[in-house]
Design a protein around this ligand. Sequence first.
Ligand code: KIV
Ligand code: ZN
Length: 541
Amino acid sequence: MAKDPGRVLIFDTTLRDGEQSPGASLNQEEKLAIAQQLARLGVDVIEAGFPFASQGDFAAVNRIADQVGGGEGPIICGLARASSKDIKACAEAIAPARNKRIHTFIATSDIHLEHKLKKSRDEVLEIVPEMVSYAKSFVDDVEFSCEDAGRSDPEFLYQVIETAISSGANTINIPDTVGYTTPSEFGELISNINKKVPNIDEAIISVHGHNDLGLAVANFLEAVKCGARQLECTVNGIGERAGNAALEELVMGLHVRRHYFNPFFGRESNSPTPLTAVRTEEITKTSRLVSNLTGMVVQPNKAIVGANAFAHESGIHQDGVLKNRLTYEIVDAQTVGLTDNRISLGKLSGRSAVRARLEELGYDLTRDDLNEAFARFKDLADRKRDITDRDLEAIVSEQVQQPEARFQLHLVQVSCGNSIKPTATVTLSDQNGPERSTAAVGTGPVDAVCRALNSLAGEPNELIEFSVKSVTEGIDAMGEVTIRLRRNNKLYSGHSADTDVVVAAAQAFVNALNRLVAKESSLAIHPQKDDLISDESISGI
Ligand code: KIV
Ligand code: ZN
């Protein structure tokens, strides 16, 4: 039986696999803000990125290792293909962290071997020990993944796993890379690995899975029953294609149904000891931060973190819940940190009151950031009577999108109505040139704004999504705008909030443009889709 830490380890890959979601690229400040929040949430491991992808990715992992990887903080992990150059870059990037891990992987399914790696099974069996030992020469903690394990020949998989463990891997990760397996199949695979890999008791079994058939969380919960003790997941379930297993669903599944799961950990079914180390009250805040910064909007009916997850619309349900909450509710909203905080901040509130509330919300801002947040707060308080926690969160998340920006919006003015052509005037500054203004006419005010901004930026793109939702209730609520642009088949999101939705749209558009130019200039390598340079895997050491 695999090593058992006595509970489930939560390995968060929002910043690596989550960031591989189309349109979800994050800048360094945003990655750091998410990593800090993940540490507050209490995850065991943060997969901070794929350092070999680009200089920017390397720098982001390095900064997270330095600023979040200290003391009792989470393990900081970096991804590396089974290649010496990837592994070396990863080791250097995570070096500042106290607890660090290299996660290296190679595909094991025949379809990947034949069409992607163009390697035989024997070649893979040679690469694995060489690369795991190389990773081990830098760090004590090495994780090895068999990509596409869900579709691999089990007998070959057992051989690869045994080799990886005997070369020093402490964690063996079993990915269902294409989200193909069903819960009973996946559970059986984990049980068989436990039975058939002779040295499996020297490693922890981890699972990783995608949601192509909507089964990732169910597969993981079955895997836990069969001995998996690390779950690789993302906040809000973001990730490649249909996404990864959702952290909040796994954690709350294990929390709410702990009496059911406890015996699989050799505990009494009514044991009160938590099955994960996650602070569930931080879930809602983490979900909102990730959604705001990635521009990946959470569907209203999403389990645990969707806007309707705790809303009781129907009359019968409301009556039942008022009589006894348990009639229709299995999770108390407060357990996930969802509180109806209508705090008394407003026009007359001072800097220290705002700072205190931000600190209570977990935002530990530098002096400059606090000054900026306070200026934005004052500006909002002039237009909105009560400022809620959601408003403050929208203000702060907006700030972290700005620092590396090439374009800055300085002015947006629109005239529109039922008898004139919507016309927008905008002023934009560009790090690569002078500040310029222009005007444009559109089919509506947002179209006019986007046309004007495009003509100044000169970065061709196609607007493929525009959505607005209100941050809070009430006529003076801020509108949150998410915009997605497409260029060369890649998506870029931008997000912003303001009481004026046209201003929010203009800012969201500029944020998306900034991501587009930053990502395109970084020429980042995709860890799973881009080829390894052929001879680098063995001879490059
Ligand atoms: O889905 C997958 O197989 C992965 C691996 C790199 C772990 O993301
Ligand atoms: Zn994945």
